[in-house]
Design a protein around this ligand. Structure first.
Ligand SMILES: Cc1cc2nc3c(=O)[nH]c(=O)nc-3n(C[C@H](O)[C@H](O)[C@H](O)COP(=O)(O)OP(=O)(O)OC[C@H]3O[C@@H](n4cnc5c(N)ncnc54)[C@H](O)[C@@H]3O)c2cc1C
Length: 399
């Protein structure tokens, strides 16, 4: 085999559906998923390895992401969204992350962490001003919650604003913010003088607002990450999200994003499984395909079992969300389970490809490194376990 750098082999992905889960999907679900899948094959797979290698976000895909419903899939059509249900939203995330977790991160942030709070917590003027442009990708947004000293514990945030009469004065800093380096707007969570958390829309170009990029990441290399620095930024009063405050406001956004991540992780896992399965049938060692050995079959059998369990869990969660019944703890369980499942599959799949598994000719190593961020952001693996623990015992063990 020869090693060609930068570009991946042709995308031959075939989606595993061991328990015939397609029968649980409506025609609309399948249509939306297939459109997203075809778009990823055509527009993401051929270029993503090169962009990940050079640690650059592929801006040329933004318009297409909007067209497949990747920005605000469940936001009502009157605001430019796709008006889809939660299962369609999940399937879009699954397909995008099958291509790359970094691209899915851009889509998740825009949809659930920027459009969702403007839709749910904003007023009608804010909705009309921002949502249609975010839905097409004309505007890119970012979400500022995490701070240098407050990650898992965002309630401690120190970013704050003061009421100056005709405007607010914002000070502080956010860290690890996806899309920050090129975002047109930021939904920023900050405390008022009484210590209550509110969301503010900060626009690029406001004096004192800067967004330095975070370099040297080994993970989510095709997604831009940065800081948000607020040095006496004058924010117009009409940019405050008026309809919800307190920590529950950003946590509500995270529920929606984590639900999408639960689906997205299945996409990354399916891609690793599919690649390893195909390779195991083609790669001959000791005069037979490695797929004919018991050890490699054990890996593949466990992968498809775990993918199938995750598909069922997540489909059910989608039904509960459509019915307005899904709890934060149920979403935590699915995010934690599915990302861990995907990471384990990526590690095993990478080993199955031997030396070829570390190259950019295959997507596996990129998925594996990406998933190290996905298992950390939007609540770490441990924090989600504590959420489940609190839910079943009634005792919060965070402090
Ligand atoms: C690539 C990337 C993109 C991101 N994008 C965004 C974004 O767009 N917007 C945003 O606001 N944030 C973003 N984040 C931040 C992310 O949400 C945080 O990194 C995450 O919440 C963890 O915070 P931390 O890194 O400060 O880790 P810490 O909170 O310092 O945690 C360190 C370790 O301690 C553990 N720990 C913490 N508290 C407890 C406890 N009580 N009990 C047991 N263990 C505990 C954690 O599980 C973890 O293993 C991003 C992060 C990354 C890596």
């Amino acid at each position: 085999m020869t090693f060609k750098s930068k570009t991946m082999r042709p995308d031959l992905f075939q989606s595993p559906d061991y328990y015939l889960l397609d029968e649980l999907l409506s025609d609309e679900h399948k249509m939306v998923r297939d459109a997203a899948r075809a778009w990823v094959k055509k527009e993401v797979s051929p270029i993503i390895e090169e962009y990940a290698q050079k640690a650059e976000f592929p801006h040329q895909i933004v318009k297409g992401l909007g067209e497949i419903g990747g920005f605000g899939p469940y936001i009502p059509v009157e605001y430019g969204g796709a008006g889809l249900d939660q299962i369609s939203y999940g399937l879009i995330m699954q397909e995008i992350e099958r291509g790359d977790s970094g691209v899915r991160s851009t889509s998740s942030v825009q949809s659930s962490l920027v459009m969702y709070p403007i839709w749910k917590y904003g007023n009608e003027e804010q909705r009309m001003k921002y949502l249609p442009k975010l839905a097409t990708g004309e505007f890119i947004g970012c979400f500022g919650l995490t701070e240098p000293d407050y990650g898992s514990n965002p309630a401690g945030m120190v970013t704050n604003y003061k009421d100056m009469g005709d405007h607010y004065l914002l000070n502080g800093a956010k860290m690890w913010i996806s899309n920050a380096p090129f975002a047109d707007i930021a939904v920023v969570w900050a405390k008022n003088e009484e210590g209550r958390i509110h969301g503010l829309i900060v626009e690029r170009g406001m004096e004192g607002f800067s967004t330095p990029e975070t370099h040297n990441k080994w993970s989510l290399r095709a997604s831009a990450t940065g800081e948000l620095i607020f040095d006496n930024v004058k924010v117009p009063k009409e940019n405050l999200l008026p309809n919800k405050s307190g920590l529950g406001a950003p946590l509500g956004c995270l529920d929606s994003a984590r639900y999408g991540i639960a689906w997205g992780a299945i996409g990354a896992a399916m891609d690793c499984y599919d690649t390893a399965l195909r390779y195991s049938k083609e790669r001959i060692q000791f005069d037979k395909p490695i797929g004919a050995t018991q050890l490699q079959q054990k890996k593949l059998a466990e992968m498809i079992t775990e993918i199938t369990k995750a598909q069922l869990l997540t489909w059910r969660l989608g039904v509960l969300r459509n019915e307005g019944k899904a709890t934060t703890a149920q979403i935590s369980m699915a995010k934690r389970n599915n990302v861990d499942m995907a990471l384990t599959i990526a590690r095993d799949a990478r080993q199955m490809l031997g030396g070829m598994g570390i190259t950019g000719e295959y997507s596996i190593m990129r998925h594996m490194m990406n998933l190290e961020s996905v298992v950390t952001y939007e609540g770490t693996h441990d924090i989600h376990l504590l959420i489940t623990g609190m839910d079943v015992t009634g005792f919060p063990a965070f402090k």
